[in-house]
Design a protein around this ligand. Structure first.
Ligand code: CP
Length: 319
């Protein structure tokens, strides 16, 4: 696990393939901690992590919180809806107050693209992007890549189809950066209005034809229609969208027999994905959630510089 030098993880756009590999390999080595009777190691004992969520989250927030507990960090959890943000306090002032508590790491989700990058530039503490606007969601893409590597044995040459609202998806954007760096082939598919204008410049295939997108795909990663980020009407109706782009049993007959169905969540059951496929044998959606814990433990571990300071080869059990 040598070679990690970065203070922050704000996106996959700037990471080298070797850095992505270090995170995935570290996650692999930390995975077994969650299988122990006592699921805790002292790696981050005495360190404080602040989880700042200015947008709603279920999976990412609880996954980071649990990862921090597994590594014995002290944690502060902040959600905008129950904070002084609702009284008008600015992001800058909120962060300055949290910084005054001498935290070492900040995990942040924010609706403004670039907000974590700004913090990372201005603060001495480590900043982890837990999703910024429509820009990036690096730990989601890393857990997606980890899951594909677990199930398919590799990333190089694997064909991954993203179906849905690509335009507003930070998950798709981080995956596009990450997967292409790791040698995977990416195709993005959805209504023309929900495809980013310059997606082909990112080295990915672009199509509006669902059957073409899934035909040779090893993985189909479904994306939710993000109505909260849409200021205009991108398609006639949800029903019309589902009739063209829903993945269901009939559509899956056109896919490979060993295709993986993935979704970052939250899922709109019966819209982008039928309930039976979501709960069926192709689905690895809950494996993604499980793997997210190991990936976030790895990111916290690497950024904390714990190994460098303590000389630990691997995180050790508490007893
Ligand atoms: N995948 C994901 O980011 O889910 P949450 O919004 O629940 O964190």
């Amino acid at each position: 696990m040598t070679g990690w030098k970065r203070k922050d993880l704000v996106g996959l756009r700037d990471l080298a393939p070797e850095e992505i590999r270090i995170i995935l390999d570290t996650a692999k080595s930390l995975q077994e901690i969650s299988l122990r009777p006592v699921k805790k190691v002292p790696t981050l004992r005495g360190r404080t992590v602040a989880n700042l969520f200015f947008e709603p989250s279920t999976r990412t927030r609880i996954s980071f919180e649990l990862a921090e507990k597994r590594l014995s960090a002290d944690t502060i959890s902040f959600t905008a809806q129950t904070s002084s943000t609702v009284k008008g306090e600015t992001l800058k002032d909120t962060v300055r107050n949290i910084e005054s508590l001498k935290v070492e790491m900040i995990v942040m989700r924010h609706s403004a693209s670039g907000a974590p990058h700004r913090l990372a530039e201005t603060l001495p503490v480590s900043v982890i992007n837990a999703g910024d606007g429509i820009n990036e969601h690096p730990t989601q893409a890393l857990l997606d890549m980890f899951t594909i590597r677990e199930k398919k044995g590799k990333l190089d040459g694997i064909r991954v189809a993203f179906i849905g609202d690509i335009l507003h998806s930070r998950v798709a954007r981080s995956n596009m950066w990450g997967l292409t760096k790791m040698g995977a082939k990416v195709v993005v598919c959805g209504p023309k209005t929900l495809l980013p204008p310059k997606a082909d410049e990112l080295g990915v295939e672009v199509t509006t034809d669902l059957r073409k997108a899934i035909k040779d795909a090893d993985v189909i990663n479904l994306l939710r229609i993000q109505t909260e980020r849409q200021s205009e009407c991108y398609f006639p109706s949800i029903r019309e969208y589902a009739s063209h782009y829903q993945i269901n049993r009939e559509v899956l007959e056109h896919a490979k027999p060993d295709v993986l169905i993935m979704h970052p969540g939250p899922v709109n059951r019966g819209i982008e994905l039928s309930s039976d496929v979501m709960d069926g044998p192709y689905s690895v959606i809950l494996d993604q959630v499980t793997n997210g814990l190991a990936v976030r433990m790895a990111v916290l571990y690497l950024l904390s510089g714990a190994r460098k300071k303590t000389g630990e080869k691997h995180a050790q059990p508490t007893h």
